[in-house]
Design a protein around this ligand. Structure first.
Ligand SMILES: [Zn+2]
Length: 259
């Protein structure tokens, strides 16, 4: 075998071996999942305590991973005045906040899009035990601040699920739809199935998978596609060379024999 053939063969062989992991990696690529980003506008009513709002939304997003939903804050309005100008909402003031909130969502997030989280020190003065409320299908949820950001995040999630049409409460203390704050953030699979189509209407759906592919509205894996084509060509060339050299070997040996 001549030297340049040996070099070509070696290069091709190394190339094939190097790209074997790429093939394995491609086999491990998880199927793309559909996710939804829901744009959020936060309204802080007058001097209400907003110190835990960001952490509470982070907690809500941790819980909402179970449903492939993510809240994305687009705008925060501080010192929003509703009614008499104090940080507490009467029922009538809450209704006003909901009406105004929907109009603003249409402007900021687009018609029919987005969720508003309204924070008031007392979210319903007529019922002091209530820490959050929402209305079926209404995109404005109203919650009270909580010294525990995790509990506040669970309240946001609970009210969001109501807003996305879940009506029933759960008897399971671990379920986020348990009627009090004792829940441990589990979203029942039936509720996931119910809220996801409604979340898509309020937000922006996209395909995503973790690890190798890019998140976005278009599932595209350019590196893997190019590497796969290269690997396939390398193996084809390697096999062709192997067959050709094997076929030529007896001839080469004959010609190399001393006369
Ligand atoms: Zn509830």
């Amino acid at each position: 075998m001549r030297t340049y053939q040996k070099i070509k063969l070696t290069v091709l062989f190394v190339s094939c071996v190097c790209f074997l992991p790429v093939l394995n990696a491609q086999a491990d690529v998880p199927a793309a999942e559909e996710w939804v980003d829901i744009p959020v506008v936060v309204n802080i009513i007058d001097a209400s305590d907003a110190s835990n709002v960001d952490d509470a939304i982070k907690k809500a997003n941790e819980i909402l991973k179970q449903a492939n939903i993510r809240l994305v804050v687009k705008k925060t309005n501080n010192n929003v005045n509703v009614g008499n100008g104090d940080p507490n909402l009467t029922e009538a003031e809450g209704d006003t906040a909901q009406e105004d909130g929907q109009k603003e969502l249409d402007k900021v997030c687009g018609a029919g899009k987005g969720i508003k989280i309204t924070v008031a020190d007392d979210c319903w003065t007529e019922d002091p035990n209530t820490v959050g409320w929402s209305v079926h299908r209404n995109p404005v949820i109203v919650i009270e601040p909580d010294a525990d950001a995790n509990e506040m995040g669970e309240t946001i999630t609970h009210e969001l699920l109501h807003s996305l049409t879940v009506t029933a409460h759960s008897n399971d203390v671990n379920d986020v739809m348990y009627p009090t704050e004792a829940g441990n953030g589990i979203i029942n699979p039936n509720d996931v199935n119910e809220i996801f189509p409604n979340a898509k209407k309020r937000g922006k759906p996209y395909l995503s998978c973790r690890g190798y592919c890019l998140a976005g509205p278009w599932q595209f894996q350019p590196v893997l596609i190019i590497a796969s084509i290269y690997t396939a060509l390398s193996w084809t060339a390697f096999l062709m060379y192997y067959v050709k050299i094997a076929a030529l070997t007896p001839v080469t040996l004959t010609s190399d024999m001393p006369t």
